[in-house]
Write a protein that binds this ligand. Structure first.
Ligand code: NAG
Ligand code: NAG
Ligand code: CA
Length: 213
């Protein structure tokens, strides 16, 4: 009996670790969002963010928004369906022409290197033509990281028309640039070193629901 209990406990933690933990953003609003608290001790010279999302939205929306006290679009992942994704770095907006959306889970990864300005976007492990930002300023260290809303001030000024409606999971963040090989093969099993989906701090606001699978 005790053995069975331990086995079930083990299975529970295994499934938790393998990306079964999902956030549901149920409605268009300015009240539903999730705050993440990454461990950032010095300004980020390099950054990789990966996340999975599932939505039937056909309007533009914010997936992942970092504001600093000085810059509200310090880092922003902002799809413009059906085939355009805007990435903002230090208020500079770069647009990527991508394959049209299909109604399914989508894996998005963005990596940036402040030294070279090299900006990379992968959707479902396909890397789109790389871009170079003019900005070379590291991001942070003080930052407000929000899922599901677009910040027009440090931690606020949301617009319902830019909110995310749908499901999100496996948000991970690294203070270095992941290799294409890692992202194409097994990034889902890689946990971020400055924010990890399995043990990072997530603060839920409004009607967002945390689901086990
Ligand atoms: C993406 O959308 C923006 C804003 O509407 C537009 O300026 C840009 O030309 C579009 N880019 C692509 C590649 O479709
Ligand atoms: C998450 O937990 C693991 C195991 O306890 C630990 O090694 C790792 O440093 C933690 N990661 C973060 C980002 O806190
Ligand atoms: Ca806005």
């Amino acid at each position: 009996m005790k053995g069975l209990f331990l086995l079930l406990l083990q299975l529970y933690f295994l499934s938790f670790g393998l990306g079964q933990n999902i956030l549901l953003f149920p409605k268009e609003s300015v009240t539903d969002y999730v705050i993440l608290r990454p461990t950032v001790k010095q300004a980020l010279k390099q950054l990789t963010v990966c996340l999975r999302s599932y939505t039937s939205l056909q309007r533009e929306h914010s997936l992942f928004s970092i504001a600093t006290p000085r810059l509200h679009n310090a880092f922003l992942i902002y799809p413009i369906p059906p085939n355009n994704i805007s990435i903002s770095i230090n208020h500079e907006d770069l647009y990527f022409n991508v394959d049209p959306d299909v109604l399914d889970w989508k894996q998005t990864c963005v990596a940036w290197d402040s030294k070279t300005g090299l900006l990379q976007l992968w959707v479902n492990a396909k890397r789109y033509p790389r871009r170079v930002t003019t900005s070379r300023s590291p991001i942070g260290p003080q930052m407000s990281l929000i899922l599901g809303q677009e910040q027009d001030s440090f931690g606020g000024k949301f617009e319902a028309s830019q909110s995310f409606v749908g499901e999100m999971s496996d948000v991970n963040m690294w203070d270095y640039v992941l290799s294409t090989n890692t992202i194409s093969n097994n990034y889902l099993y890689e946990l971020g070193n400055i924010f990890s989906w399995t043990n990072g701090t997530k603060e839920i606001r409004g009607g967002v629901m945390a689901l086990k699978n």
